[in-house]
Design a protein around this ligand. Sequence first.
Ligand code: NAP
Length: 330
Amino acid sequence: MKSIQIDRYGGPDVLVHREIAAPEPKAGEVLIRISHAGINFMDVHTREGKYAKSQTYTVTLPCTLGMEGAGEVVSVGAGVSDFKPGDRVAYCIVWGSYAEYAVVPAWRCVKVPAALSLEMAAASLFHGFTAHYLAHDVGRLAPGVTCLVHAASGGIGQILIQLAKRVGATVYATTSTQQKAEVARERGADLAVHYENGRFAEAIRDATQGRGVDVVFDSIGKATLRDSFRATRKRGLVVAYGSVSGSVRDLDPIELGEAGSLFLTRPRLADHLPDAATTRRRADEIFAALLDGSLKIGVAGRYTLADVNEAHAALEDRRMIGKPVLVINP
Ligand SMILES: NC(=O)c1ccc[n+]([C@@H]2O[C@H](COP(=O)([O-])OP(=O)(O)OC[C@H]3O[C@@H](n4cnc5c(N)ncnc54)[C@H](OP(=O)(O)O)[C@@H]3O)[C@@H](O)[C@H]2O)c1
């Protein structure tokens, strides 16, 4: 089968197009013919080696990239009773979706409703799950809560805005361009501002009568984190869930005290998808919202295995608005 692998870490040039044997499902696993795969910044981070030592997302080289996919079950391993050949399924946080077939632990899979396309299923789970746990479990958004969403036109950013508005929170957003700010407003942001080299913090303080927001969702890291502190109210929460601009490696906890006794957390999706029941509960809510039209996910671009390099480059160059997908066996 066709696959995209990495043998070493680096830029887009380390992506290798390789013919490999289709995997076989072991006990508890399902074999899926991948129709579509989601393309995520996580794949870029992994390609660059950021997860080389991760115990949460273990990478073994050579690694078939891609940790989100949707398709049809081909066969199941011993002990799998929830799925059968022909079922339409989707999953995330298992390596190997940049390929024609993937084996996935059955407990990580969810059934895709008949009315939902496999493309949308592949585009929605990784970012949808993330926005879901960030909004509900970490940020505990509710009516009257104020939050700031960075990279608001990005894959997670757009969903986070919509989930936050659904529960009645006030949402401030940051983006790098006017076009991206428009997207954030369309998704429901009450105010969208540019980063302006950190001056977004003043804009947010002005908008909150000097108080600062209750929660900041920061996926950018090095370029924004300290200014995120300045945009947060006393004893507020900063959720550092990504680091697309690089990691902050020199943080002294005293800075959190100086910034107003802030709480800082670095959560991970894997810890918020501990079992099949949680995975299915979150997927049910995301799929239902997509089907009733209250959640919108825009496909930012469709790529094939042959031009996956271009998708990575577009992500890294900040050209992507929304969610890119790989079309493999439509
Ligand atoms: N902790 C978790 O559970 C979890 C789960 C999933 C993903 N993540 C992380 O969340 C982050 C965002 O992932 P995503 O897939 O949703 O990406 P994304 O937001 O769709 O794309 C990244 C966006 O970040 C902004 N950005 C700011 N500085 C950037 C820079 N130096 N280089 C590239 N982009 C920059 C860009 O928007 P502007 O141009 O508007 O700034 C860009 O569109 C990644 O770090 C990912 O690993 C974390």
